[in-house]
Design a binder for this molecule. Structure first.
Ligand code: NAD
Length: 505
């Protein structure tokens, strides 16, 4: 562990605020310990920001913006290219630090860093494609077009379960768009954020730029609230739970700021009677057990009545063979939950499911012999989609329900408040097209014959309803980080008015 920390510049006690190129401020707020969820041991400690520390960092982001926005976008892309290259260099220790601090298995920790690298590559290309449209004016001798300008310093608030990838989806795109940023990471994963800031500092120094990437680690009620209410930040990109997301939306809307909201998911998979059950089983297990169920993952399985027993049996067998243990160890596929309170929330959900008539097919228990916060991945066959199933419990619980007709399955699928990702397993084109059609899945992501998690950065990521409606990475998500300006240029020597209005003076 010490070797990983050393390579990433993490000390026993770390400053929690960084602004300008490499100005670390030992925050005047309370100290925060970063805990390894597999052992409950302290990895290292961070001094959190006070409001004054936060204000200094935002001032640096503002000053940085004045310069950064004037750099041509392809030159900003050069900086992001080097950030991607630096991340390639640090992929191993950074991925391992994710595992230490968050508990996801090493393979997934490394995958997160790869996602950062991928989005940097994507953003470099994007830096030459921030296209605006031209329109035909109704007035002779006039030219109309729209262009996209940098928006300002923006706020990025991230969740514990993707401590790196979510920041990078925002940061790489925002940076090529000409924005500077303040990052407030989850208090559960401050060290990964500090490690990334060290890497950003190195890249900024290489290019002689300052104040593009800034970090503020601080308490929700001190720094978090200040950030939401900060009129200097025209955009807050928030990833987290629905409850906090609603508060973020209300607060930022109250000052007419903009939000990108990436909130809770409660993803469902429909398995049709004609599906390839082998394929479906593998995808469901990865979706529901991966990241110990602590991701926007598969929580609901809606299986056609004639195959549900067979599918349950296959899944139960697969679940019982999942190697659970030290997330750093080779071959382990499931690590711990992030904290004792996450374990308690899972156990409470299992009890509630039983009370609702659910039958636990496998799992449902703690695994204290392995270490701290370990649990069994759990499958529960439910008689109906009860209110519990409509909530997101951030744990490896898969609820299984059955259906008779596809209309019934789609109705059940859509009858939850969240709308992130969804999938159908079928070999029948009419069924898959019905699922993808206007009356099909109501989610931001809808897949056929692949699971609901593990999206690629090339596609816009986000969801509908209580998932918040935001989109990050991929496609045209960049527009959220810029302001659009419509320009009309008159080269006619006359002054014709739009809509043919006559106004002679
Ligand atoms: P959380 O809502 O507890 O915290 C998210 C972030 O919000 C943290 O950085 C936290 O410190 C901050 N925060 C909390 N209160 C705040 C306040 N008053 N002001 C400002 N910031 C505040 O979520 P979590 O437990 O870290 O993450 C899990 C949740 O995130 C799940 O619901 C999951 O579905 C969701 N999530 C969604 C996506 C997505 O893309 N849709 C991705 C990852 C996680």
């Amino acid at each position: 562990m010490q070797d990983i920390l050393k390579r990433l510049g993490i000390k026993a006690l770390n400053a929690g605020v960084c602004s300008d190129a490499d100005r670390w401020i030992p925050g005047a707020g309370a100290e925060l310990a970063s805990i390894n969820p597999a052992t409950n041991e302290v990895i290292a400690t961070v001094t959190q920001a006070s409001v004054a520390d936060y204000d200094r960092a935002v001032a640096a982001a503002q000053a940085g913006f004045e310069q950064w926005r004037l750099l041509p976008a392809p030159k900003r892309g050069d900086v992001i290219r080097d950030l991607g290259n630096a991340l390639r260099e640090y992929k191993e220790p950074l991925g391992e630090l994710v595992t230490l601090e968050n508990g996801k298995i090493r393979e997934e920790g490394l995958g997160e860093v790869q996602e950062m690298i991928d989005i940097c590559d994507f953003a470099v290309g994007l830096s030459r494609q921030l296209y605006g449209l031209t329109m035909h004016s109704e007035r002779p001798g006039h030219r109309m077009y729209e262009q996209w300008h940098p928006l300002g310093p923006i706020g990025i608030i991230t969740a514990f379960n993707f401590p790196l990838a979510v920041w990078s989806w925002n940061a790489a795109i925002a940076a090529v768009c000409g924005d500077t940023m303040i990052w407030k990471p989850s208090p559960m994963t401050p060290l990964t954020a500090i490690a990334v800031q060290h890497i950003c500092n190195r890249v900024m120094a290489q290019h002689g730029v300052e104040g593009v990437f800034n970090l503020v680690i601080g308490a929700n009620d001190v720094v978090g609230e200040r950030l939401l209410n900060d009129e200097r930040l025209p955009l807050i990109s928030f990833t987290g739970s629905i409850g906090v997301g609603k508060h973020v939306a209300r607060t930022v809307a109250g000052r007419l700021g903009r939000c990108i909201l990436e909130l809770g998911g409660n993803n469902g998979i429909i398995v049709s009677a004609d599906a390839d059950l082998d394929l479906a089983t593998r995808a469901i297990v990865f979706g529901a057990v991966g990241t110990a169920g602590q991701r926007c993952t598969t929580r609901r399985l809606i299986a056609q009545r004639s195959i549900v027993d067979e599918l349950c049996a296959r899944l139960a067998r697969a679940y019982q063979s999942v190697p659970i243990g030290d997330p750093m160890a080779e071959g382990v596929l499931m690590g711990p939950l992030v904290s004792e309170s996450a374990v308690e929330a899972m156990m409470a959900a299992v009890e509630r499911a039983r009370a609702d008539g659910g039958e636990v097919l496998t799992g449902g228990r703690r695994l204290p012999d392995i270490g701290a916060n370990f649990v069994e991945p759990t499958i529960i066959r439910m008689p109906a989609q009860s209110p519990l199933v409509c909530e997101e419990t951030f744990a490896p619980i898969l609820y299984i329900m059955d259906y008779e007709t596809l209309d019934e399955a789609i109705a059940l699928h859509n009858a939850v408040p969240q709308g992130l990702s969804s999938a159908i397993f079928t070999r029948d084109l009419t069924r898959s097209e019905a699922f993808l059609g206007h009356a099909g899945s109501d989610c931001g992501i809808a897949n056929v014959n692949i699971g609901t998690s593990g999206a690629e950065i090339g596609g816009a990521f986000g969801g509908e309803k209580e998932t918040g409606g935001g989109r990050e990475s991929g496609s045209d998500a960049w527009k959220a980080y810029m302001r659009r300006q419509t320009n009309t240029i008159n080269f006619s020597g006359e002054l014709p008015l739009a809509q043919g209005i006559e106004f002679d003076v």
